[in-house]
Design a protein around this ligand. Sequence first.
Ligand SMILES: Cc1ncc(COP(=O)(O)O)c(C=O)c1O
Ligand SMILES: [Zn+2]
Length: 444
Amino acid sequence: MATIEERYVQKFSKSVDWHERGTDVFAGGVTHQTRFTSPFAVYIDHADGPFKYDVDDNQIIDYVMGNGSLLMGHNPSEVVAAVNAQASRGTHLGGATTHEIRYAEAVKDLMPNLERVRFTSSGTESTYLAIRLARAYTGKTKIVKFREHFHGWHDYVTPESGQSLGGVPQAALDTVIVAPTDVAAVDRILTNDSDVAAVIVECNGAHYGTFPLLNPQFLQDIRDVTSKHGVVFIMDEVITGFRLSSGGAQGRWNLEPDLTTMAKIIAGGQPGAAVGGRADIMELMSFRDDPEWDSVGRVPQGGTFNAQPVTAAAGTATLHAIATQGVNARADAMALRLKDGLNEAFIQNEVTGHAHGIASIVHINLGAECDCDRGLCAMPYEHIYQTMPQEMTRAMRRVMLVNGVDMMGGRAFLVSSAHEEEVIDRTLEAFSASLKELREEGVV
Ligand SMILES: Cc1ncc(COP(=O)(O)O)c(C=O)c1O
Ligand SMILES: [Zn+2]
């Protein structure tokens, strides 16, 4: 019987050549740090609905879903139609457009809390802009982020985000305070340090909920403590926006952040992102017909492709579908079917582990017991770390790919409304087979 790795090399044999070509052109062989995997990445050629197809033409059930950007699956027809229609009418119109206004109105319809919006081209830019706004608004320098929380790759959010620190200046690191997810600790930090501009949080917990938060209480407590200290509360809804509910985490739990960062689903599969929030903070970007303010005080923001018309078309079509077509309910129902089936598979195969998660994100933890309700998991960070050594998550991703399924990082499933029951059931068969094979190789 061939090993899992031998079957991987055999099944994805054409990817080996592309892997070699990629190594010649890309630093580290890849264009995103999370696409690096061993022995080589599978090279994808095209996608449709819940599936993607690699260069060997293997059909793969996809749960990476554009790193969380595709809540309706690949190429939903209304989004494709909107993109195609706009692509032949101009991809950059060199000025203000009606498209960007309709796009912003569609965002505000789903998140009424946002008094003003600005578009950017990525989630990283959005968290950067939100932090800049908070600093300008408060006249303070530091930001508080949480341990393991990921907000992109700019200097101010890199510390303790699961990323290395090469090239990040000490001066930037000195402005970042990393806190445990403990409201009393945040309160102490804000009491003892009067130079904090903002607290930023990944709304469903670090790494799209791999380290869950006890919500909604945790977010509400952070809202209260930041208000008490006059610190800007930034909810990073890059993942949770339009996913945890059609109105994001803030809609699901009725929360009022000062600023919200969004990306992924908001752009309907195109590159795009946004910041929104309180008018008195956002309006610090406005010109005031005052030369001193305009040239020195104002918060600047550029970005050649902000709200470019194709992104605006894709985003608007997606947000309209989310508002009117029950997209979230379908994706959530399929995620629940998947989660229940995964938990059943752990029991049937006598492998220690469990699946948990809310809305359309399902996480698995291998090799540790947990008695949570399989919704918002309450595992301590130390136990979660034990369930995700790199050898184990890479082995899980590899064996699932051999069995026809691509998981997010070997640890999670991002479910879309295009995943139908039959696709979920095929996934569960692949998962059971994978658990058996991993056990045979002594990984679990
Ligand atoms: C919560 C969160 N914030 C920010 C980002 C950065 O977004 P982008 O990759 O568009 O720069 C991500 C990306 O995964 C994210 O998950
Ligand atoms: Zn749990």
